[in-house]
Ligand binder design. Sequence first.
Ligand SMILES: Cc1ncc(COP(=O)(O)O)c(C=O)c1O
Length: 946
Amino acid sequence: MNNSPQLSATFADRHIGPRPDEIARMVDLLGYADVDALVDAAVPASIRSAEPLRLPEPASEVDALTELRQLAARNNVATSMIGQGYYGTFTPSVIVRRLVENPAWYTAYTPYQPEISQGRLEALLNFQTVVSDLTGLPTANASLLDEGTAAAEAMTLAHRSNKKSKSDRFLVDADCFAQTIAVVRTRAEALGIEVVVADTTDGLPAGDFFGFLVQYPGSNGAVRDLNPLIEAAHEGGALVAVASDLLALTLLEAPGEAGADIVIGSSQRFGVPLFYGGPHAGFMSVRSGLERSLPGRLVGVSIDADGAPAYRLALQTREQHIRREKATSNICTAQVLLAVVASMYAVYHGPEGLRAIAERVHSYAGKLAASLRAGGVEVVHGDFFDTVLARVPGSAADVVDAARQNGIWLRLVDADHVGISCDEKTDVATLTRVCQSFGVQYDDTLGAAAITVPRTSEYLTHPVFNTHRSETSMLRYLRKLSDMDYALDRGMIPLGSCTMKLNATTEMEPVTWPEFADLHPFAPVEDAAGYVKLIGQLERWLAEVTGYAKVSIQPNAGSQGELAGLLAIRGYHHGRDDLERNVCLIPASAHGTNAASAVMAGMKVVVVKGNDDGTIDLDDLRAKAAEHAAQLAAIMITYPSTHGVYEESVREVCKIVHDHGGQVYVDGANLNALLGLAQPGEFGGDVSHLNLHKTFCIPHGGGGPGVGPVAVAAHLAPYLPNHPLLDQAGPESGVGPISAAPFGSAGVLAISWAYIRMMGAEGLTAATKAAVLTANYVAKRLEGAFPVLYTGENGLVAHECILDLRPMTKETGITVDDVAKRLIDYGFHAPTMSFPVAGTLMVEPTESEDLGELDRFCDAMIAIRHEIDRVAAGEWPATDNPLVNAPHTAESVINDKWDHSYTREEAAFPRSVDRSSKYWPPVRRIDGAHGDRNLICSCPAPEAFQ
Ligand SMILES: Cc1ncc(COP(=O)(O)O)c(C=O)c1O
């Protein structure tokens, strides 16, 4: 539905928060004549672009939607029975409206501030419980990026955890999905792991392997008894990872019960549309003993200051932002929104509902197999769940063609075989058409196939999966959880390095259109003409704004873009027989993913020092570049730096590295400070990744989805990612796939397309200027309360500023944590804490916040500073004041007992808090360490909350 009239203002006017008079006031406070004068003073002339961006004239919101409708119409959606990890599923309407299309869910940030994230943490704990129950292993994480990368993570987990094996060989059963094998190979190559693909039907090949991956059910449909296979692999000293399917596991023996060490897969078919390949939540569960090596985020149960149960992210010290090059994985942004959808699908259907869906799918597959056999078509496997492999010597292509004419996509396995996967959407009419394509009759009266090793154990017995059966109940559960959380629809989320800006409704609209949502990633490419055009345009526009020659949108997050970019650099050096180049220079202040990605790309990290003013120490860089000249592969820098300043010396940095034979990787996470003003490809970068979920408006989803396109100069273009199942996805000479789907998270690309299309060159540039203005305004207003740690030219910052709390902490004992939690009482999400400098807060207001909201934030920070002064003056004891006790729940302030040194009023309604819209956190400060010591990562019994 779209009957809104042509809107009066341009989209850029709506996207950019401050009104012209507000801009004038802000510029005035900063002492500049206008915003251009401020930007000229902040951004070094040496990096400024000479020409404006060459982008189409901006479209209005209505016109952009019309163009998107035209693109959508070019996609020819058929019924998909291709399978291979992507299946038809019905997203319950209540989940579409109340979750997928609800900004309270999709505009939330990663739950690093758990007190304001209890709703989505509960939803993620439900997800972990679903995965853990169905796979039969005790600990599951809160999502990975897709099934292919989950398999690659399983390989590296097995490699580092298998202390008994000295082998560097990883065995992969040949009946794994082709894209999974290819992603595993891409990752293995850089790490020196040898991947051996073998048919293990008649036993495992000879030799030592540290790990073994098998698909269950197999890519061609066969369901094998895992028990003897796993036993044999264990006997040979390998750890076993099983790639599996959550729906199948409602009927089949759980891999964990058969002895698997790791289970991975995709939760897509639990209510998440095909989306032409993504975003979908990958998952991983592990047996006891491996939980501390699990990659990705893990939600656990802990307690708050009152001893009440509370959720938070567990074991965070495993993650790249702490362990950097020693991290177990580089994954940062994951697929939270999609994991939440999958969890809610399980909550709504419950164990009986899921089982009923699985039985129907299995029964249809059985009837299809019987009908084919009755018509004289050979069916290869007797044991299957949803996928039937038909043998039609020499005529497989004809059958697939006939089905396509009939509106159905089947899988062309080879010249003699066709694969047909049934799913939740399969019905008699569809199977009748499938059978017609084989020239046989569908007979619905034929019996279903049996399952040889059925599941006997219970699953999803927790009350949450057995309560919300009516739509009313589900509606209220979703509302209850989102009400516990703070998202952008409540107020500003000033997280430095994260660019929590407006995710406009017009940008979001196309995501759920069936022409974009219901396309299988391996559908004939001619049926995806709309997507191909949209992706081509988006890649060209991204190349234009960054100044690079070519872009691949395949990586599913910034971390994956980093890995793709570093693999491109590696491919380039190897292509020139420069095989020794494996040193990656990384400034001390870099984001943790940089170091972790470098290690995953087979590189050795060498840290470059920073100066006291936050800039790169050029002398140290020269020395390190000279010392490692023969091995120098790359430097990874962030621009503007993670210190929030435009470094004048960036061209010099690039030159030093180039002069020593290295390549320059510019982390593009901070592109919101550059668009329209400067291009990394122009000022010295050879490659960058971008975070479309920052600068280009894909919402953060509570921790994903993301898209991390990799952009490269012409000499690196031959080494971009490609895909074994689609030539158009990348160059033949490419490094292999970095994601399971040819175009990664294609389903959310229309968001960024719409943003660029509606902003145009002028709008994007205006947004950048506004982002620089708001950051400098906040820095200026707060300078008396909290000093800004680093500034660039003329004492100005870029699009974010670091507030230094360390002197205050030294004086008063009040920590950065106390301030962050106290901001919750004032109705705010805290800025980024202790990154890149411990004891600081990094504020990034973005261009979308208007002056009213910026002032509300600054007023809150200044009021907090006054509270700290009262602690310093001894007016409030250091151990009992509103800061150390923050945040305050409603329950804590209405409690009959109140023996604090400050009033209830001061606790809950400090100055400037609007009483009518007060945000109440559901829990008090959470004790993270308690949860790590007593690890609980699935739904606790309801009694725990009494
Ligand atoms: C500077 C920087 N680089 C890289 C990343 C990694 O991006 P992603 O979380 O999408 O993997 C981030 C994300 O927070 C970042 O801030």
